[in-house]
Design a protein around this ligand. Structure first.
Ligand code: ACO
Length: 469
């Protein structure tokens, strides 16, 4: 059936139904308002398809994730991140020649303009690296102007700049915070090795690459490379739809990713596991608190996956492998396993379809690989950049591309008379309430800290792993 009928007030409206490759159906609401005067209301967009896309397929009920038709399990086991970045962007796995030339382009695009390094000096040393990444990626626009008309070659260069330079900026940010000189990217190293070298080698010591760590980070990046129309990718499409500069577009995706309901969750999981460990709880008390809505079990639940998240399964087995290496064990892993086991037997979590998501085990892997806590979400951003760019590119080449402009249902005051300034009383304004709210924040980056913080209070990057050691 390719039509749906909506009956409102006895009037029937027939609507087209779009059918996807895997048989998924979407009622096309494109002409709905023109024909009925109504809009659809779907807060949080849980039922809204915002585009047709040929990049990623996921079925949350069956725990399926595929990039361009290839199962994530196979890509994680057999591909490298750079290959997957090519696949997402251009739609096919590269031939050896295409892969060579793409890798070469990434390598030759990996340096950032030397003048940009001055920017790093101006940031306070307690700034969160996601704040730096957002700002620095947006400022690439001023160093690498993008012409209005982009041919294939320019577009390819812009994509290579972003995939490669996000990684360079990430590593430079870390070096700035620990007060070491930046280590430049090297043409001799592959993508992940290059990143680890920029992060961890210094003029006085060479970083020893561990193939298991390289594989773990590469797999982490593959698993995070795209995920359909999630919050940050939708943001990228939303901002990109105005034909904004592509560097600003990717920066907006990074900003959206930062939130702890999204990419920020991998940090929150480690923080949660560390506090459970410190409190001597075996996880049971925390589960009860989560059920009583006092806390959220971070790394659990997903808007789309309702049986299991295939990425979490892959990361769990990677976690087993990495954390069983000498010197890499971590008691937080045992807590995570116990939490998962308890939650998966509990009626509260089962009835709400809450299962471990990709972030539940990813933080443990990053921690074992020596990635500092505040860099976790940055790693996610490096991984997701090809997915954002693939979506941006798809939208750019789509014939139906329009500016994104949702509607709303207005629920504010009806028409009322203007009140002159001298006749207004506090009860007629919300100013007092707004002020109350602005001082009630909590957490490390709360609104209580609207003034600069003393560096010693917050800089966790320099003490690699010590905050939650
Ligand atoms: N712990 C405890 N209860 C939860 C959790 C959780 N992690 N997640 C959802 N619930 C409960 C809610 O309280 C709600 O209960 P109710 O029906 O009694 O009111 C019900 O489950 C539905 O929750 P929603 O928040 O409506 O689900 P939504 O689909 O909007 O949110 C989200 C999904 C944001 C991922 C949520 O599950 C969550 O906050 N999880 C923890 C954060 C996290 O791990 N985020 C990473 C997501 S993956 C990613 O971005 C890469």
């Amino acid at each position: 059936m390719t039509k749906a009928t909506l009956n409102y007030g006895g009037v029937e409206t027939e609507l087209d139904v779009a059918i996807g490759t895997e048989g998924e159906k979407g009622v096309d609401m494109g002409k709905f308002r023109a024909r009925t005067g109504m809009v659809t209301l779907d807060e949080g967009y849980a039922n809204t398809g915002s585009c047709k896309s040929a990049i990623t397929y996921l079925d949350g009920e069956r725990g399926i994730l595929r990039y361009r038709g290839y199962p994530i399990e196979e890509l994680a086991a057999r591909s490298r991140f750079v290959e997957v970045a090519y696949l997402l962007t251009y739609g096919e796995l590269p031939t050896p020649k295409q892969l060579d030339s793409f890798s070469g382009l990434l390598n030759s695009s990996s340096l950032i303009h030397e003048d940009m390094r001055h920017f790093f000096l101006a940031f306070p040393n307690y700034a969160h690296p996601m704040g730096l990444l957002t700002t620095m990626v947006a400022s690439l626009a001023t160093f690498y102007p993008v012409p209005d008309e982009m041919d294939e070659e320019v577009e390819g260069q812009v994509i290579a700049n972003l995939v490669s330079q996000v990684r360079t900026i990430a590593a430079f940010s870390y070096k700035k915070f620990i007060g070491e000189p930046a280590v430049y990217p090297s043409h001799r190293l592959r993508f992940v090795e290059n990143f680890l070298n920029m992060m961890f080698s210094s003029p006085v010591s060479n970083y020893q690459q561990d193939p298991d760590v390289v594989k773990a980070i590469d797999t982490f990046l593959i698993l995070h490379a795209d995920h359909e129309q999630n919050c940050s990718t939708s943001t990228v499409r939303m901002v990109g739809s105005s034909l904004a500069n592509v560097y600003a577009v990717i920066s907006s995706g990074i900003a959206a990713l930062w939130g702890k309901r999204h990419g920020g969750a991998n940090q929150e999981v480690i923080s949660m596991l560390a506090s459970i460990l410190d409190s001597g709880d075996d996880g049971r008390r925390f589960i009860e608190e989560a059920k009583n809505k006092k806390v959220r079990l971070m790394g659990f639940g997903h808007r789309v996956y309702k049986t299991f998240d295939p990425r979490a399964m892959i990361l769990k087995s990677l976690c087993h492998k990495l954390l069983s290496k000498p010197g890499m064990g971590n008691p937080m892993f045992d807590i995570a396993l116990r939490l998962e086991e308890a939650a998966l037997k509990d009626e509260y979590f089962l009835s709400r379809n809450l299962y471990p998501n990709v972030d539940f085990y990813s933080g443990l892997i990053l921690k074992a690989a020596g990635i500092p806590y505040d860099m976790f979400t940055v790693l996610f951003a490096i991984g997701r950049t090809p997915g954002w760019l693939a979506n941006w590119r798809e939208m750019r080449h789509s014939e139906n591309s329009r500016i994104a402009r949702p509607r709303q249902i207005y629920v504010g005051p009806a028409l009322r008379n203007y009140i002159p300034l001298d006749k207004r009383s506090p009860s007629q304004t919300n100013v007092g309430n707004a002020r109350d709210q602005s001082t009630s924040g909590s957490g490390r980056f709360s609104s209580k800290r609207l003034v600069p913080m003393p560096p010693s209070e917050t800089n966790t990057l320099g003490e690699q792993g010590s905050e939650f050691a």
